[in-house]
Design a protein around this ligand. Structure first.
Ligand code: HEM
Ligand code: HEM
Length: 126
């Protein structure tokens, strides 16, 4: 999870660089979009694996209730926002959408909630 959150952080950084160039504040590097996708895609895949791993572990190894913790509920929102950002990001990538602001906002909320989830996850560690 630490690795996937670090990748998501790098995705945010490269995404914000794209945003600055889109708004004309900087000149865009030719491979800037590729750099963003290089971090963003693995981050979303690893976060999804971690989500289901945490859920499986809580259910089958610990015998907890489904989403019985604050961390678990937050995790649900985190994965929903990252999922929505990824779907919209993919539509932008394939030219089917121009909703850059919405993508950036969804991703921003996802990152913020995941930071809170990370803090709330530490108390659950064995
Ligand atoms: C699979 C997941 C994702 C895909 C396919 C994707 C795709 C894209 C694409 C195609 C763009 C537009 C790039 C351009 O202007 O050339 C973009 C922009 C951006 N992305 Fe992503 N992205 C994904 C995940 C993320 C994540 C995880 C974050 C942050 C944590 C993020 C943050 C941003 C930001 C801030 C922008 C700039 C938006 C703007 O110009 O206002 N993206 N993304
Ligand atoms: C560094 C950050 C994180 C730490 C230290 C952490 C730690 C944990 C721990 C210790 C558990 C209990 C599982 C067990 O040991 O049996 C857990 C469960 C879980 N985690 Fe995380 N986690 C982190 C980040 C995340 C993130 C970002 C998500 C969402 C994408 C997430 C989603 C979940 C879910 C859904 C559960 C199941 C809890 C339940 O059903 O109530 N975790 N996590």
């Amino acid at each position: 999870m630490v690795v996937s959150l670090a990748l998501a952080g790098l995705a945010l950084r490269s995404g914000l660089a794209l945003r600055r160039s889109r708004l004309g504040r900087t000149v865009r590097k030719p491979d800037a979009r590729r750099a963003h996708l290089r971090f963003a895609k693995p981050a979303v895949v690893l976060l999804s694996l971690g989500f289901f791993g945490g859920l499986g572990s809580a259910l089958w190894l610990r015998g907890w209730d489904v989403f019985g913790t604050f961390h678990g509920i937050l995790g649900l929102f985190v994965i929903a926002f990252f999922g929505a950002a990824a779907v919209l990001g993919h539509r932008i990538e394939t030219g089917r959408s121009q909703h850059f602001d919405a993508h950036a906002r969804l991703a921003g909320v996802a990152i913020l909630l995941s930071a809170i989830a990370a803090v709330a996850g530490f108390v659950l560690l064995p």
